[in-house]
Design a protein around this ligand. Sequence first.
Ligand code: FE2
Length: 260
Amino acid sequence: MRILFIGDITGKSGRDIVSSLLYSLKQEYQADLVIANGENSAHGKGITIRIYRQLIDECVDYITMGNHAYSKAEIIDHFEETDHLIMPYNHEKRTQDNYYAIISYKDMKFCLCNILGSVLMPESVMDPYTAFREVVEHTRQYDPDFWFVDLHAETTAEKRMFVEYFKDQAKVVVGTHTHVQTADEDILNGCAFITDVGMCGAYDSVIGRDVEETIRANIEKEKTRYTVAEGPAIFCGVLIEIDEKEKRPVGIERIQIRPE
Ligand code: FE2
């Protein structure tokens, strides 16, 4: 089984590059399943029902989120119809059990979940280690062969530690949130891992945010309105190959396409 995981889709530039590339990438990499992090897809913060439907229509099978999961509150009114939207287990605003999906493929079954880190992550109400233990406890009843974790966290060490500690259960751990793709993809003790997948968003930006506005807000201390950068986008993702007989990952490959 080949799983294409797409890094944080950020604003319109990110949505546009996914729209234009996804079909051909899916063919090229022969992906059986597409998962995308969509927590920045609506103007950099959150997701709307319109964008959820658009991504699903464009062949994204599941959408994971992050600290901005609830930034566009309207999505809460649509939870009944967004059963392929995976919210972070340990987010302070989570009230429903929409933090996992059980995905079957041939004779294999795995649990996809979304967990927040605890460092520089004020929306997190529980450290990621306790959170994952609880997710495993709650979802063990479905008898998954392994857990696939989108670990939405700021620091490299926290993400690496997570893999070292949970490698027997979490056979895939992909880091999201920093928007910068790392070059450390590997199978670590049987677990496919990358510290951060990177983003799909405007290349000429500060991790997807408008350069001028970011400088005025953070260095010149002006009161500004959060502005997502526009323009040609970078596409970041990873392709994970799972041996469905052995029920374990056998490959992880970085994908990064920069604008010309
Ligand atoms: Fe984030």
